[in-house]
Ligand binder design. Structure first.
Ligand code: SF4
Length: 328
């Protein structure tokens, strides 16, 4: 690991100023991903600005009817908070399905949203990788791609975004609150993550020096009737092969409103308007559920080792909709 300097920020504006002025400076909170990346030589930074002393860990209901979750709130605290468990159960379930208890005690919400892909080629500094070294190639496309994307990929990159939380938040139309050198701004999480195209090194809409300060999640009847399911190789400390976040508003057996998002299958948390339209205004019968599953994978491009994700997406969605549709 290369030497770097370290400083603690006392105010958000101070933190932003310190990072914005140095191209290779970076914020650090829980450090559960960043320190591994630096130790493995995947990322190099000349200064880390510790933001843990900033007042950004609150969880509260705000005037616009949203639950605001501070970016420094720890994953465990968010998952166990009454507001989140009762008003946004899909968020609580996604967090509890993430990582390990030790990581959830340490990792922050902002850091979770910004964690880097687990593509093994990306994490091996000796390998070519367009995301790490633009223009060097993508060995995953013709290589070991069992964990890679079937949706959203390009000829430059097919890496999956690893966050369970992001999938749940995209399903609930969450908004990211950002502080930068030019002041505050808000970004819908659905537009925050970029598809790789020819520039897989550009992963999200955050500019250098900008700091995520909080996430706001609309707390509605829809969000209260939501769930998360995650299929993975082992029951703990494992990333999703396929995951689904669903929120439904039902009248009797008819779906009035639906939000469906998928993880483990795409280059970012993946909302499917097509799958949502397949069930809105209809009863949740096996036929409509099947139609939603078909719609969700209509544009899928499976690779040599990940064709099973096509079937798993449909099965996971069917199980979750069957469960949610039975609960009012
Ligand atoms: Fe790199 Fe993306 Fe290819 Fe993985 S899939 S090797 S992250 S370019």
């Amino acid at each position: 690991m290369r030497p770097f300097s370290y400083a603690r920020a006392r105010r958000p504006e101070e933190a932003v100023g310190l990072v914005a002025g140095r191209p290779r400076a970076r914020f650090i909170a829980g450090g559960t991903d960043l320190l591994n990346l630096m130790k493995d030589g995947v990322q190099e930074h000349d200064q880390l600005i510790d933001i843990n002393a900033l007042s950004m860990s609150g969880i509260e209901l705000v005037e616009n009817g949203a639950v605001r979750i501070g970016a420094l709130a720890r994953m465990r605290d968010v998952a166990e908070h009454d507001l989140v468990r009762n008003r946004l159960p899909v968020v609580s379930e996604a967090l509890l399905a993430s990582a390990s208890p030790q990581v959830r005690n340490m990792a922050s919400i902002g850091g979770n949203l910004l964690q880097r892909t687990r593509c093994s080629y990306f994490r091996d500094a000796a390998m070519p990788c367009n995301k790490r070294v633009p223009g060097s190639g993508c060995p995953a496309i013709a290589g070991q791609n069992r964990w890679h994307a079937i949706l959203g990929g390009s000829g430059s990159c097919i890496a999956v975004h690893p966050s369970d939380l992001a999938v749940a938040l995209v399903a609930l139309d969450a908004v990211v609150l950002i502080l930068g050198p030019d002041g505050d701004r808000r970004a819908p999480l659905r537009e925050f993550y970029l598809v790789p195209g020819n520039t897989p090194d550009q992963e999200n809409a955050l500019r250098h020096g900008e700091l995520i300060t909080a996430v706001e999640v609309p707390a509605t009847a829809l969000s209260a009737h939501s769930r998360y399911v995650k299929l993975r190789d082992r029951a703990s400390f494992e990333f999703a092969v396929v995951s689904v976040a669903a929120a439904l508003r039902m009248r009797g057996r008819t779906v009035c409103e639906a939000r469906l998002a998928f993880g483990g299958v795409a280059t970012g948390p993946w909302r499917s308007a097509e799958a949502e339209q397949a069930i809105i205004g209809r009863a949740l019968t096996p036929a409509t559920i099947d139609a939603a599953g078909q719609a969700a994978i209509r544009d899928a491009v499976p690779r040599e080792h990940n064709g099973s994700k096509v079937e798993l997406v449909q099965r996971a969605l069917a199980g979750l909709l069957g469960d949610l549709g039975g609960r009012r």
